[in-house]
Design a protein around this ligand. Structure first.
Ligand SMILES: [Zn+2]
Length: 332
């Protein structure tokens, strides 16, 4: 926690946070539908996205989280959102993702360039509503590259490093605006162990020269083949889906100690069931077998956007209660 203190951030032991996305409220889903049909103006939609952001900031404060997120009420897909707001991309026709879900995949057709702030106004807005720190949140270059078609750069590496330079500009702008905790979402890192070196190189470009506390979120995947090498990511904190893998990684951490702070996922974001406090306490207990309390953050496994608002609130509330009980025990 030394770096947080140096940056002037005060958080309790075992800080609680969220990974990024929250479910959209029914009024916002309705508004997005109307907007797509041409029955709502961009301004009207924006006003409701701001209302939803305000609602989530209030809910997070009520629940008692320590480090907040803006909830990503203004985003559809995490890669498409950034691609739409940079030079060099177009969107493909509908592509099948999994099951019967279709979406438009970004296509790199020219030089990728950052042309101006993408998330900065949202961060400033969210931070203006609370005394607690709000994380700056961007999608990482490796995932941007991996989830797009590349029709311009000669190699995946070239595309990835160009994206790293663009994302660096966004991160620098967040930092200049006052964001002290910045999270880079790299869900794709765990899917291709053979490209981990590239992801690390790209991350170095993203964070270069910026004195913020950096978190990288990596989704569930082939952790066994990227650990311990993933510890070379030049960030302060790695945020991992732990519950989804029945905490298998804890055994890996026994063999190769975790050398950074960790945001340890304690609730499953794919399940409707709200985990009870006892189960979450047990999971935190497992984390404490291998991680020192001062290096441990607690959060859900991943973004909560696919859950209902009530499920998301239930999971966060129980998580906060479990953490408070553990803190009392650590105090005693
Ligand atoms: Zn994830």
């Amino acid at each position: 926690m030394d770096k947080l203190e140096r940056l002037g951030l005060r958080v309790p032991i075992l800080p609680t946070t969220a990974v990024g996305s929250y479910p959209k409220f029914p009024y916002l889903l309705e508004a997005r539908r109307k907007f797509l049909q041409g029955n709502l103006s961009r301004e009207e939609l924006l006003e409701l996205e701001r209302k939803a952001t305000r609602d989530w900031i209030e809910l997070q404060q009520e629940i008692g989280l320590d480090v907040l997120v803006d909830g990503e009420m203004y985003r559809g897909d995490m890669v498409t959102y950034f691609a739409e707001n940079m030079d060099g991309f177009v969107l493909s026709g509908l592509v099948r993702s999994y099951g019967n879900r279709y979406y438009r995949k970004p296509v790199i057709v020219g030089e990728v360039r950052w042309t101006g702030p993408i998330t900065v106004d949202w961060w400033k807005f969210a931070q203006s509503l609370t005394e607690k720190p709000v994380k700056g949140m961007v999608t990482g270059p490796y995932t941007m590259m991996d989830w797009s078609f590349n029709e311009y750069y000669p190699s995946r590496r070239d595309a990835c490093l160009a994206l790293a330079d663009a994302i660096h500009r966004e991160v620098a702008e967040l930092w200049r605006s006052g964001a002290k905790i910045i999270q880079i979402d790299e869900p794709a890192i765990s899917a291709r162990p053979e490209e981990l070196d590239l992801a690390i190189e790209a991350m170095r470009r993203v964070v270069e020269g910026i004195d913020a506390y950096f978190i990288v979120h990596v989704c569930y995947g082939d952790f066994e083949s990227i650990y311990p090498k993933m510890l070379e990511l030049p960030v302060d904190n790695i945020d991992l889906e732990m519950s989804n893998s029945s905490l298998d990684l804890v055994e890996l951490f026994r063999k190769h100690p975790f050398t950074k702070d960790i945001s340890f996922g304690v609730v499953d974001v794919h399940s409707h069931a709200v985990e009870d406090v006892g189960l979450i306490e047990e999971r935190i207990g497992r984390a404490l077998e291998v991680i020192r309390p001062e290096n441990l953050w607690i959060d859900p496994d991943c973004g909560l956007k696919t859950r209902s608002v009530q499920e998301a609130i239930g999971k966060l509330k129980n998580m906060v209660t479990a953490v408070r009980r553990i803190r009392e025990r650590l105090d005693g």
